[in-house]
Design a protein around this ligand. Sequence first.
Ligand SMILES: [Zn+2]
Length: 290
Amino acid sequence: MDKFTEHISLCDLFQYFVDTVTDAQDICPRKGGVVQPEIEDDTEDCVHRLNMDGRSPILLVCEHASSFIPEEFHNLGLRPEELQSHAVWDPGAFDVAARMSYLLDAKLLAGTVSRLVYDCNRPPDASDAMPAQSERILVPGNRDLTEDAKAARVTAFYDPFRTTLAQTIAAMDHPVLVTIHSFTPVYDGQKRSVEIGVLHDQDSRLADAMLSCGDWMEGLRVMRNAPYGPADGVMHTLREHGISGGHPNVMIEIRNDLIAGGAAQDTMARTLAGWVVSAITTIGVGQGGA
Ligand SMILES: [Zn+2]
């Protein structure tokens, strides 16, 4: 019998991870967003779904995966050099999340448009759901948006993402929500020394467990709720889809200079995958604890 069919034992999951990582010599010939040809990769309703048959209790989410701005928005008036900046998306985050999806056999849901079109980690009433400025970058296409224009973006981009996420979680037995983000090494002229942020809101079970896994953090400058935390309005997905259902959850922020190429993304994905699994085993997920 398949070891995942009845009830997922985290010991089995960990062994599965170890086996997979050991066997995986080439986890990511990434072309056009596809990590492995055998992994189902599907985009519809503006939601990118990867490995939706994945059997892990972990659901990976990458809200800021894409820099794509649909033609109708005329690049939101951004200058050419701004179109691939961290204001537009989280560089490298999807590449790491997709590799983790493969390593963990975990489902991954990712956004398909720039967070400047709609930030899927914000509720529609947030002032920065469609920001007119991000760091020092002005976003002319978001200035003076009418209520109708805002509502149209919510309907087109946020609602499908939220619904898909909610339905996916609802169909899982003991879901663990892990969101993957990246941040810029220099913000507003300030250098950031933190390399990995482990972020949480009032449910800190998984973050606490991760921050207790010393071995996995070796050589990395890891901080709790940095460079962002609950006061920055970044907890929407965790609150809406993790905390509300009592599911363990964590948001992982990776400094984007550490995941600038395929080899670095491989290394980070292996580290985070093993780290998250180690942390989950300590909080009893799948054994009645969640
Ligand atoms: Zn992000």
